[in-house]
Design a protein. Structure first.
Lengths: 300, 532
């Protein structure tokens, strides 16, 4: 297939490309002034509390190196928690602690870490190593989400989440992101996690892709992904809609985790959601945008 | 859509303006005007061949000063075997360029070409020209231009005796200089086959321009009159030439030019087509052993007319980048290339989808190796440094250092590595190490840090892919911008930047697929749409 036929075919299928996403979607639909709401996880959490959307609890925030000595105090009595940069992206710099082994901390992948290791990670986060643009950042200590038991079959370590991409506050596409061994427990597609396309009407996984290629079974657990029913599906969609309206961006990705006890929790929102969701669903976003535009026109 | 149209219309507008300026300049001859008006614009080409030995391995070439009423512009340096670098001198009027061997080749024959355009007899010198003239033509310091020098035996008894005889009847200082001049001027003229000293010239009663001028200088100096030898070209006709020599004597707070060969004496009757190249008894080439063979070609380029004939001409003259002094022209040339390099990076990133370390890092890297001869070495050192830096970054990781001190430590280690490369290179006679000075070190350190981050987050394959992308972009930048024609064009038609800006605007609203995406979405193309 030559370049031109490929180009034309992708256009016919309504696949959204990176340039198109950056210009039409992000620059034109997402006002710059609203970015702080989604770039900072703390701000997103505040917003969630205001609009009454459930979100993981924040145990503490450290914003300078000098406050690092408060770390042991903040962690005292906590067996499981997550350290993450307030302005991080793509799962960078996130450290998930799932338990304790004496003085040491147990990571989700089985590593045992000393308090000093945590302090080092915290210091790197505050220095801005993982933040967007390398600016000085803040450290968040957040509640660890215990994934719903139904995920055990199809997730390898880490926490799976549901990414919903909304266009003009209408859910356009959704996918379930499943961590793999390659992604080291992170639910990020470009790090090797599986993206499983979800049927918008039913919440059932109908297709899945890993590293831009189609897969049917989870490579690490060996179980089939197709046909998986995402629990609390309607709640998830409602939650995403509410968040999108509050954030007021035309093109938004909302990440929702499903906690065993609390149900769907909004983890974070993303003003620059990636394009792999199209591969996961086998459907182009531009096509969905056209559908939604038509829908919105019909509703006065 | 509104924004896209706005970009398109603005881009069209910019292209229109650029083309407009371009054609108006061509129509009004504005494009041909270089620098302030003089009598004629001349093109001077110097070709030299010879050997650069292993030590010192540098050939220094004096450049004509941009001063008094002579303006130098559009300088070009070309050589297959040699790399050139401007030497920063304290005295901006004494300009030099250093030529070095490219690569490790032994003392093979090398050839260099240096050409420039110049206006002599400039009526309204620029501030920079006046400033340089003030520096060069300042009152000679105590003992300067007065002591005997090799070839100028002003303290020799015969010279002193002759001088006394000549000036016996002269009353004033001018008369004494005139008497010396008249004496030397009436000696037989010879062509320049060999160079004789002042004394030899005096004894033979004849000499070439160099010898006669040296004798004139020696006679003046023996009379305690500061004098100096001047070397340069007589710009006339379209012909080959060799360096011509004349002399200057310090009288009444200024240098009085006199050419004993063609019998010109004093500022007023001195022809304006004498181009000064060397001041004092300096050599054109230093560090050349055996001496280099050289030849000069002088061509009249345009008749830029006496005074600006119209308002347009005068405006173009003021706006022309050629009016700048040569050193500034070199800076401007580099500056003009930057936007083009940035455009190339934008093309790679938005149209092809190549990932690079940093946005304009590759552009600067490419510009650092504009000289394609340097590219091979530069790239090798670049890759080696990134990889070594990356290994060091792994070592540093064990220390758990804070971000800023860690980056500083990394920089120190990289500098240490580069020092090692320079020392070893110099020890084994590899001249590749000289390119290190061109390196934007901070960019390099940043790239190492990015390399490490990408490796940790996206895997080793991704980090090497990005490294490859960075190199491809840097090589393209240097390959596209290295032909002298590119910078020549921009210097001549700076309005091209409008077109570059327009291209950047259009690229900024390019919404088509990136070339890499045509393959990223392969799954779609194979299976089509699952739902339709």
């Amino acid at each position: 297939m030559n370049w031109w036929t490929r180009f034309e075919r992708l256009r016919q299928l309504g696949v959204l490309g990176m340039n198109c996403r950056n210009t039409w979607c992000i620059l034109d639909l997402n006002p710059r002034a609203r970015f702080p709401l989604v770039d900072g996880k703390l701000q997103t959490a505040d917003l969630c509390r205001r609009i009454d959307v459930p979100t993981p609890e924040i145990y503490g925030l450290l914003s300078s190196h000098s406050t690092l000595r408060r770390l042991p105090e903040l962690l005292a009595g906590r067996t499981d928690f997550v350290l993450k940069p307030n302005h991080g992206a793509a799962g960078r710099g996130v450290l998930v602690i799932i338990g304790r082994d004496g003085r040491r901390f147990l990571r989700h992948n089985g590593d045992r870490l000393e308090l000093d290791d945590l302090r080092q990670q915290a210091s790197e986060i505050i220095s801005g190593l993982y933040s967007l643009g390398g600016r000085a950042d803040e450290l968040l200590i957040q509640q660890r989400v215990v994934p719903d038991s139904t995920f055990e079959r199809i997730a390898f370590q880490g926490t799976p989440d549901v990414r919903v991409v909304l266009y003009k506050h209408v859910p356009a596409l959704a996918m379930l992101r499943l961590p793999t061994r390659t992604s080291q427990g992170r639910a990020n597609l470009h790090q090797g996690a599986i993206g499983a396309g979800i049927d918008m009407a039913t919440g059932i996984v109908h297709r899945a892709a890993c590293q831009n290629r189609r897969v049917d079974i989870h490579p690490d657990t060996g179980n089939t992904i197709l046909g998986f029913q995402v629990p609390h599906w309607n709640d998830i969609l409602a939650l995403a809609r509410r968040a999108s309206q509050a954030i007021d961006m035309g093109y938004l990705g909302v990440d929702i985790v499903i906690d065993r006890r609390q149900g769907p929790l909004l983890l974070e929102a993303n003003a620059r959601p990636g394009l792999a969701i199209q591969i996961a669903n086998g459907q182009g976003l531009l096509q969905r945008f056209a559908d939604i535009d038509r829908q919105l026109e019909n509703v006065p | 859509m509104g924004r896209t149209w706005r970009s398109v219309i603005t881009a069209l507008f910019l292209v229109g303006i650029s083309l407009g300026i371009f054609f108006v300049r061509r129509a009004t001859q504005g494009a041909n005007i270089g620098g302030p008006p003089g009598d004629v614009t001349w093109k001077v080409t110097l070709v030299a061949t010879g050997k650069v030995g292993a030590r010192p391995g540098v050939l220094t070439m004096a450049l004509p000063p941009d001063f008094r009423h002579q303006h130098i512009f559009d300088e070009r340096f070309e050589s297959k075997e040699l790399l050139h670098r401007m030497v920063k001198a304290k005295d901006p009027a004494r300009r030099h360029v250093a030529w070095r061997k490219a690569g490790v080749a032994g003392d093979a024959q090398a050839r260099l070409t240096y050409s420039f355009l110049c206006n002599v007899g400039v009526r309204h010198p620029t501030m920079a020209m006046l400033h340089h003239a003030r520096l060069v033509d300042a009152t000679p310091g105590e003992g300067v231009a007065i002591k005997p020098a090799p070839g100028i035996e002003s303290d020799h008894a015969e010279v002193v005796h002759t001088a006394r005889e000549i000036v016996a009847e002269a009353a004033t200082l001018e008369d004494r200089i005139k008497a010396c001049f008249d004496y030397v001027a009436q000696l037989e003229n010879e062509p320049s086959v060999d160079s004789r000293s002042a004394l030899e010239c005096l004894r033979a009663g004849a000499g070439n321009p160099g010898s006669k001028s040296r004798l004139l200088v020696a006679l003046c100096r023996s009379q305690n009159i500061p004098a100096r030898l001047v070397g340069g070209l007589i710009l006339s006709g379209n012909k080959e030439q060799d360096l011509h020599y004349w002399a200057e004597a310090w009288v009444r707070h200024r240098w009085l030019p006199m050419c004993p060969t063609y019998q010109h004496f004093g500022q007023r009757e001195f022809p304006s087509n004498y181009l000064v190249w060397l001041l004092g008894d300096t050599e054109l080439f230093r560090g050349s052993d055996p001496p280099w063979k050289r030849g000069f070609l002088v061509q009249a380029v345009t008749d830029s007319g006496a005074a600006p004939s119209s308002l347009a001409d005068s405006v173009w003259q003021h706006l022309s980048l050629y009016s700048l002094r040569p050193a500034e022209q070199h800076v401007v040339r580099f500056l003009l290339l930057l936007p083009l390099a940035a455009l190339i990076v934008s093309l790679f990133r938005t149209v092809i989808g190549v990932y690079t370390y940093g946005t304009f890092g590759p552009a600067l890297l490419g510009l650092a190796f504009l000289d394609l001869k340097a590219l091979r070495w530069g790239l090798a050192i670049f890759v080696a440094t990134v990889l070594v830096g990356w290994a060091m970054r792994h070592l540093l990781d064990r220390f758990h250092l804070l971000l800023v001190p860690r980056t500083a430590a990394l920089l120190t280690l990289i500098v240490g590595f580069l020092l090692l490369v320079i020392v070893l290179g110099s020890h084994y006679g590899i001249s590749g190490a000289q390119y290190i000075s061109l390196f934007p070190l901070v960019i390099l350190t940043h790239m190492v840090e990015r390399f490490w981050t990408v490796e940790v987050e996206d895997g080793t394959v991704a980090s090497f892919k990005t490294l490859l992308g960075t190199m491809v972009v840097a090589v393209t930048v240097s390959a596209v911008l290295s032909p002298p024609a590119a910078s020549q064009w921009l210097l001549h038609y700076p309005e091209t930047l409008g077109v570059v800006l327009a291209a950047e605007l259009l690229l900024g609203r390019y919404t088509g697929y990136r070339l890499s995406e045509l393959y990223r979405f392969n799954e779609f193309l194979r299976n089509g749409n699952a739902r339709t």
